[in-house]
Design a protein around this ligand. Structure first.
Ligand code: DX5
Ligand code: ZN
Length: 219
């Protein structure tokens, strides 16, 4: 299988030169650009928002895979659409009306994703399978880069692979957190079609990005 998308998380990039970093990972073979938005409330960390995404937009034609770790989400959906997000992924715990939120994302011409925390069960998506374009399995607790992969999430990936296959729809199954060349293959074998990696892609600086991305691809 060679169709796994690699989505480097710019959380591990050099924030003093983000535009250049986005161009570098694009040229190094990234399939999407993963942007982690944190609000210091839903998760214990603060990162960036729509103005920075808008500023980065001209630096790559690749899809911007925007992972929202914010609550609430709904008042900001239009801002992320204007900023140039292609996929907007939300956590079910971030608001009381997940179905409404997913509809709103799609109504703004973006793809809609749902992210499941390590302790969130797979049935959180049972009744929104027709409303999602991407399901993101968090293999760390959201908030920080550089954490260790939680192995129990491989079983969750397998269960979601089965659920997605039953729909017959082309829903991206993405994994995020602690991915490295040593464990990427296990996630791919379990059924993911997209891999997010921050520290594993950005380590070693721009000269290493192409090799770091290639090392995450299916063997
Ligand atoms: C964690 C973020 C991840 C993180 C991945 O809250 O959603 O995208 O930056 O970083 P690594 O690959 O270093 O675990
Ligand atoms: Zn993320």
């Amino acid at each position: 299988m060679s169709s796994v998308l690699i989505s480097p998380s710019i959380l591990s990039a050099d924030f003093a030169k983000l535009g250049e970093e986005v161009r570098s990972i694009d040229e190094a073979g990234a399939d999407m650009i993963h942007v982690d938005v944190m609000d210091g409330h839903f998760v214990p960390n603060l990162t960036l928002g729509p103005p920075i995404i808008k500023a980065l937009r001209p630096h790559s034609q690749k899809r911007f895979d925007v992972h929202l770790m914010i609550a609430p989400v709904d008042p900001f959906i239009a801002d992320f659409a204007d900023a140039g997000a292609d996929i907007l992924t939300v956590h079910p715990e971030a608001g009381p009306h997940l179905h409404r939120t997913l509809q709103s994302i799609r109504s703004h011409d973006m793809k809609a994703g749902v992210a499941l925390n390590p302790a969130t069960p797979v049935d959180a998506v049972d009744y929104v399978m027709d409303d999602v374009d991407l399901i993101l399995v968090m293999s760390v607790n959201p908030g920080f880069g550089g954490q260790s992969f939680i192995d129990s999430q491989l079983r969750k990936i397998e269960a979601l692979r089965h659920k997605i296959d039953q729909t017959g729809r082309d829903i991206i199954l993405e994994v995020d957190g602690g991915l490295k060349p040593e464990n990427a293959q296990a996630a791919i074998s379990a059924g993911v079609t997209a891999i997010v990696a921050g520290s594993a892609v950005f380590k070693g600086g721009p000269e290493a990005y192409a090799a770091n991305i290639a090392a995450l691809r299916p063997k």
